[in-house]
Write a protein that binds this ligand. Sequence first.
Ligand SMILES: [Zn+2]
Length: 360
Amino acid sequence: MRFTLTVSRVLLIIALLCRPSSALPQARLKTQAEKTSQGHLDVRVNAFVDLYFFVFKLASDSGKIPDIEGLAEGVDAARGLFGAQTLARLDVDISQFERSADILPAFSRVSETTRLIANGKVQPVQTREKAIQLARALMLIEKPFREKIWPQHKTAIEQAAVRVTTKLIPKERECFAYITKNLGMEDTDYKVPVYLVAESPAPGGFTNWQGDRHGVCFVGIDNNKGSQLFETVLHESIHALDLETKGKENVLEDIRNRLKKAGVAERDPDMRNVAHTIMFIQAAETVRRFVDPTHKHYGDVAGYYAKVPVVAKIELPIWIAYLDGKISREAAISQIIEGILKTRKETSSSVKTITPARRA
Ligand SMILES: [Zn+2]
């Protein structure tokens, strides 16, 4: 089910609750719906996608697995794939499916073996076997899942969607304009699909892309309470916008290129963390400045900044000074790169912090 339908329903419910006793505010509702459809975000709900992330959530911890036929096998397969994004990397776009009955051909086509980070080291993993096992399990699980679990998940997702619709969507244009302007991104008319799911493995936000390189985002509402939901939606959208403008100039690309020129290797954690931390700061400050002035950075609340302490300490004051208009973008980028390179020189090991891939 595309979420546009649900959004309309949510809007209708809101409109019904708020309406004056006389007429239905049809005109207002229509304007709001049009605004939503022309915006940058396309918030969606899909029971199959929700089931997929639910299985990976169960696989990510050692809690009790609900007694549903096929679920234990599904969780075992998900564990063997080492992350919800593995299939995306193997070119399976799970957002294309509405039900498990259709997935087997795509899941069966993935590489027989793939080198993945598994149990802390890069090693070959039997991906096709595990993908087929997962597909068969999902086909068994889907019916009982839709009967027993999906109704609660759907309610929770719709409640989160109401928050997005009432708090973030009205400020969506300003937020996206602020993000693209400050990250030096070209305007794009790509509407970012964001699937809300009830339960997802940590960190609760993922952006996948397929052959055409358009980003598709997935946000777990269980991992993103309060205004964190808005930050994560924007953070993942920045990943999608980064993909849209890849190869062109944007701040993130500029930072990666400057590090590369300075001799930082492609696989060095800084190659990811330096640009990625800017995404966190930018998304958080966008929420704080346009949506909720009491918003606290995900980086502080969920401990991301503590995982990249050197990068975060350098970037936070510089990027916020830039957002406050106190320094130019060029000065901000130069100061960040200088700070990072200086610290790398001084303590070559300190910047190589262990950072599990977040929201790739
Ligand atoms: Zn990210």
